[in-house]
Design a protein around this ligand. Structure first.
Ligand code: ATP
Ligand code: MG
Length: 382
C-alpha cells in the first residue's frame, strides 16, 4: 500500500523509515519543486500529484503551510488524514485559538490584530511585555516579536504592517498578540487517534527551547496530575477535530496549570524521543492510524532524552560509543540553525539518564548543544 506525504523533509523521511516495516511504501510531495519524491533517497518519481493521490491508500502532511489548491485536491480524494480542517487550524493561530475556546481548553489571553488600533488595544488589555505572532507562516520562533516597551511600538508595527499587507483576498494575513506567560517550563503531549476514534497518548515531554527553537526534550519525569491535564486537553482537541493520526500539543506549565501554547496536526519534534523510548514511535503510530491499522503501545520503556542537532555538518561518531545512544541524521544541506538530525539517549532511571547526558556533554559543545550538561546535572541531583 502507498502513503503520500505532503512535504518531503525529515518528518516524511522518518515516517517512511517506520512505514517500511508495516509493508507501507511512502512517497512525498515536495511542495517547492512540485515533484513526487522518495523522502529517504530524494529520487524523483515521474508522477503527477493527481496520479500519486490516486495510487495512495492514505494521504497525510508533515507541515501545515500547504497551498490551498493542494489541500483541496487531497481532501476531495477522501483519503486525507488528519484532514484539511485540522491542517488549516494548525496553520493559522487565529483558527487554533478559536478551536481551543470552543473545546474549553485554556491558552494565553490573546487578541487578533488586523490594524494598528487593535495592536494598541492589545497593549492596553494584555500589558507589556507582550508576544506578537503572525497567524500564518510562522515556525521555529520565526514570525514573532517581543514588545517590551512602548518605544518598540513603531518599529514593530512597521514590520507587522508589512506582513499584513502581504496577504491577499484568498489568503488574508492576520497577527495575534498574546500575554507573555511567566511559565516554569514548557511541556508537550503527543497522542494518536485512529479512524474509529480510539486514542493512545504518550507520556508528557519536557522541552527546552533556545532562541525559539527546540533544543532538548526529556520524557519520563512526569507524575499523574499533570499528565491527566494534558490528556484531557488532547482528548478535547482531537475529538473536536474528529482527528485521525498523531497530534501534538505544546503547553506552558504555570505552577502546575497547563496553558496551551500551540497545536501541531502532525508528528512533532518533541516526539522524536519515542523512536527509542517507546515500543511504537510517533511515526509508526501515525502510519498505522492513517492506514487503518491497530495502534501500537505508547507506554514509556525507559526515560529518554532527545537532543536536536542544529546547523552542524555531522553528528560526531563518538556519541555512538555511549551505550543506548542513537543518532538520526536527516541528510539535508547544512545551514546555520537548521534542524539537521537528533540524538536519542535512554537509561534505566532518570539518574542514569543524567549520567549519560553528562557523558554526551563531554562530546557535544555547549554553544551548539545548549543545556545538555545542566540538564544532566539536574537529573542526577533530583
Ligand atoms: P514551533 O517550532 O514550535 O512551531 P513556533 O515558531 O510556532 O514554534 P511558538 O511555539 O508559538 O512558535 O513560540 C516559540 C517559543 O516562544 C515558545 O516555545 C516559547 O518559548 C516562546 N513563547 C511563545 N509564546 C509565548 C507566550 N505567550 N509567553 C511566553 N513565551 C512564549
Ligand atoms: Mg512551538
Amino acid at each position: 500500500m502507498n502513503i503520500l506525504v505532503l512535504g518531503s523533509g525529515q518528518l516524511a523521511r522518518m515516517m517512511s523509515l517506520s512505514a517500511t516495516n508495516l509493508d507501507l511504501h511512502v512517497l512525498a510531495y515536495d511542495v517547492a519543486s512540485q515533484h513526487i519524491v522518495n523522502p529517504v533517497t530524494g529520487q524523483v518519481h515521474e508522477q503527477t500529484l493527481a496520479q500519486a493521490i490516486a495510487a495512495s491508500c492514505a494521504i497525510t502532511a508533515e507541515f501545515e503551510h500547504i497551498p490551498a489548491d493542494v489541500l483541496e485536491l487531497c481532501s476531495r480524494s477522501g483519503k486525507f488524514y488528519p484532514g484539511a480542517e485540522a491542517i488549516a487550524t494548525g496553520g493559522d493561530r487565529g483558527k487554533e485559538k478559536a478551536l481551543l475556546d470552543n473545546a474549553s481548553v485554556h491558552c494565553a489571553p490573546y487578541k487578533l490584530i488586523t490594524q494598528k488600533q487593535h495592536f494598541l488595544d492589545a497593549i492596553e488589555q494584555l500589558a507589556l511585555p507582550m508576544v506578537v505572532k503572525t497567524c500564518q507562516a510562522g515556525y521555529d520562533g520565526k514570525g514573532q516579536w517581543r514588545v517590551k516597551s512602548l518605544d518598540d511600538v513603531d518599529t514593530i508595527w512597521a514590520e507587522m504592517a508589512e506582513f499584513l499587507a502581504a496577504g491577499s483576498e484568498l489568503t488574508p494575513h492576520s497577527i495575534i498578540a498574546e500575554k507573555m506567560i511567566p511559565f516554569d517550563r514548557e511541556v508537550s503531549i503527543i497522542g494518536v487517534r485512529d479512524r474509529a476514534g480510539n486514542c493512545k497518548i504518550y507520556p508528557l515531554t519536557e522541552n527546552q527551547h533556545t532562541n525559539g527553537v527546540l533544543t532538548l526534550s526529556i520524557a519520563g519525569k512526569e507524575k499523574g496530575a499533570i499528565q491527566a491535564q494534558a490528556e484531557d486537553a488532547f482528548n478535547a482537541i482531537a475529538t473536536g477535530l474528529d482527528y485521525v493520526g498523531v497530534l501534538a500539543i505544546e503547553f506552558f506549565d504555570v505552577q502546575g496549570e497547563l496553558l496551551v501554547n500551540e497545536i501541531a496536526p502532525r508528528v512533532h519534534n518533541s516526539g522524536h524521543w519515542t523512536q527509542q523510548g517507546c515500543h511504537t514511535s510517533q511515526f509508526e503510530n501515525h502510519m498505522r492510524a492513517i492506514a487503518g491499522m491497530p495502534l501500537g503501545s505508547t507506554q514509556l520503556l525507559r526515560p529518554t532524552a532527545m537532543i536536536n542537532v542544529l546547523g552542524q555538518s555531522n553528528i560526531p561518531h563518538s556519541v555512538l560509543s555511549i551505550s543506548d545512544t542513537t543518532s538520526h541524521w536527516y541528510g539535508k544541506e547544512a545551514k546555520a540553525g537548521r534542524k539537521m538530525g537528533h540524538i536519542n539517549v535512554s537509561a534505566n532511571s532518570l539518574h542514569g539518564l543524567g549520567e549519560k547526558l553528562g557523558e554526551l556533554a563531554d562530546i557535544l559543545p555547549e554553544e551548539s548543544y545548549p543545556g545538555v550538561l545542566a540538564t544532566g546535572q539536574q537529573l542526577i541531583l533530583n
